[in-house]
Design a protein around this ligand. Sequence first.
Ligand SMILES: [Zn+2]
Length: 453
Amino acid sequence: MIKKLYKRSPVLLQNIFVTIENIFVLYKKYKYIPLLDSMAKISQDVVKNSYMNKQHTLLDRINKFSEYATSHTVYYKSKKNEYPKLNSLDEITKWPLLEKEVLKAETETFYSSEIDSSNSRTLHTSGSTGSPMKIKVSVSDLQLRFRLLLKTMIEFGYDPLKPMGRITGHDISDEDVIYRKDYLNKHFFLSAFHLSQDNIQKYYDVIVDNQLETLEGYPSAIYVMAKLFDQNGYKVECVKNVFTTAEKLHEYQKEQIEKTFGCKVFDYYGSNEQSIFIFTCKEGRLHSADATGLLEVVDEDSRHVQPGEVGSMVVTSLTSHFMPLIRYKIGDACKLSEDQSCGCGNGGLIIDEIIGRDEDIFQTIEGNYITRFSVVLKYLPFDVIESQIVLNNEKLLIVLYYVANKMLIEDLFSDFEKNLISKVGTQYHIVYKKVDEITKTSRGKKRAVIIED
Ligand SMILES: [Zn+2]
């Protein structure tokens, strides 16, 4: 109903709708009514009163959290004696690990008895890796996470009072005018659907005319924009920060975005289950925030890995009161940084790379594991705007789908092919297919790598 009304309205009215909606969203996030200068108040308050890491209070916070869990949820109540009080953080390894399968099968036994319709929200995890789960989050935990995110963005260099552009997957614009705006907060919502060679001038114009200082969105969308600016020789100097989230930020995407906009890229990671918050500091490194919980990184025998090693992420999430996650194996892996000190002073665990559970790990028929496709994808011809590589062992087939303004002859792919073969071996048949667009997952995300077996 509202959607129909919106679609029939003139752009001016649509902008007013967007302004009102955005004010509502900002209110839900920060519990402030963002009228007049209150965005300034939010940021001052957040910078002053939020912290990322307070290691000396972590033990106490974790003990309190487990007390909450064992007294408010059916699941932990029944296992109360498996969660004795900890005298040091190291003792946490005595508590059992929680596997995703258990959480999925018994989701409702994890819900807190305090949940009601006004103090909680229900989030749905994406079904890309199996059946979706209903996640319950308390409003106050959710607001804490938004405040932390805002704080880390400000530390990185974001000024919430300057105009920003968000590349949105919501269908709110049209081909003629590819953006809508929130008048009060200077937020511009640029359509992710109309990014193409034909429209790229419009994106350039809205960014430059309005001097957008920050861009935010899926890395795949911002990468395409950067690539098209580059191919058309457009120089953008006003953008100072680029924030990416929700999809894996690949190294080649990061390089292109940094090259086009001449700025650093801020990536952040928060799992669907609201379990952990990992952010980029101003030095460009990834830190875990112990304000949201304790991150452990473990090997196959559940032992903590050393700096420089890869392991599974295990999270005790202090922002999951309404669905407590204690030593939860989220399913994603990460590489701990060899050097665990950083000049930014933020603390937490320092991470080199997050490796998603459902992407990027391909085992060739010879048994070799390939985890970093970025190093291959960066050899794609310059004219490729977007791509997706689909690997299939059963058919011994690798298909590279690409979007470009023209058909590209196979010779242009020789550098890419050479690098790919050096990783996967010579048994695979490699095919190139030009497509109009890359297919998205049900949640509108794009995946650079798909493994079919
Ligand atoms: Zn740092």
